[in-house]
Design a protein around this ligand. Structure first.
Ligand code: G3P
Ligand code: CA
Length: 239
């Protein structure tokens, strides 16, 4: 069973920060999941919400700030005083660190702007420049991004569609949009589909699995990977 650290070591550190990724990597995880959005001046940064209010000391829409402006905010002290000074990382900062390890990068593209290509293309190019495209999985709820990537012959990136509910014809759908994997919110309903999908050979990654009982259930049902806020507990179970 693969263990993927959701936004880093989210239970113990401020999500989507370098502190969180470094902390997650002290456990034998297989990969790191993070969220990517673009600043007003087109810099890809690692951040979950559309607004910066919950996880920084600032306020407003992430997209309304330039990269330089965003770096003024503190992304650690909301979680605990000892993390004061953490910044919103640029994707490049994470790639710089990733090239020194062997982890898989699960990059979720958050709600993209209408003309996402002009931002997505240089971002993928950047990952490629760092030599990381072969161990990057691009996932998103915005499936036109995946279709675009497939059409534009971005073959060297793995692509996964994200879904909150199981699709009855999940495999057929994955084939239609040329996705390599299904990333799904874990639920009782989703569990009914895991064995069928596993049989077809498509990787199935379930989020967000934080309870041991659920993790063991996923394993029994042949889920490929769990995406968790608690890499410490989950790696102790499976590694
Ligand atoms: O990768 C799955 C998961 O991260 C999707 O939901 O809201 O945690 O980004 P969210
Ligand atoms: Ca995510």
């Amino acid at each position: 069973m693969e263990v993927i650290a959701h936004r880093g070591n989210t239970f113990y550190t401020p999500e989507n920060t370098m502190a969180s990724f470094l902390s997650a990597a002290t456990y034998p995880v297989d990969g790191i999941e993070l969220d990517v959005q673009w600043t007003k001046d087109g810099v890809p940064v690692v951040f979950h919400d559309e607004k910066i209010d919950r996880t920084t000391n600032g306020s407003g829409w992430l997209r309304s700030f330039t990269y330089k402006e965003l770096r003024q905010f503190d992304a650690g002290s909301w979680f605990a005083e000892r993390f004061r000074g953490e910044k919103i990382p640029s994707l490049e900062e994470v790639l710089e660190w990733m090239k020194e390890n062997h982890l898989t990068l699960h990059m979720e593209i958050k709600k993209p702007p209408k003309k996402f290509e002009v931002l997505l293309d240089p971002t993928l190019h950047l990952i490629d420049e760092y030599g990381l495209s072969k161990r990057t999985v691009v996932s998103t709820f915005h499936h036109p991004v995946l279709t675009y990537m497939a059409q534009e012959a971005k073959e060297y990136f793995q692509r996964a569609f994200l879904t909150k509910t199981p699709l009855f014809r999940g495999i057929r759908y994955a084939n239609a949009i040329q996705a390599h994997a299904i990333h799904i919110r874990h639920s009782y309903q989703a569990m009914q589909f895991y064995p069928l999908w596993a049989k077809s050979g498509i990787p199935v990654r379930a989020y967000t699995i934080n309870r041991e009982k659920e993790a063991l259930r996923c394993k029994r049902l042949n889920v490929t990977s769990i995406i968790t806020d608690d890499p410490k507990t989950m790696t102790s179970l499976f590694k």
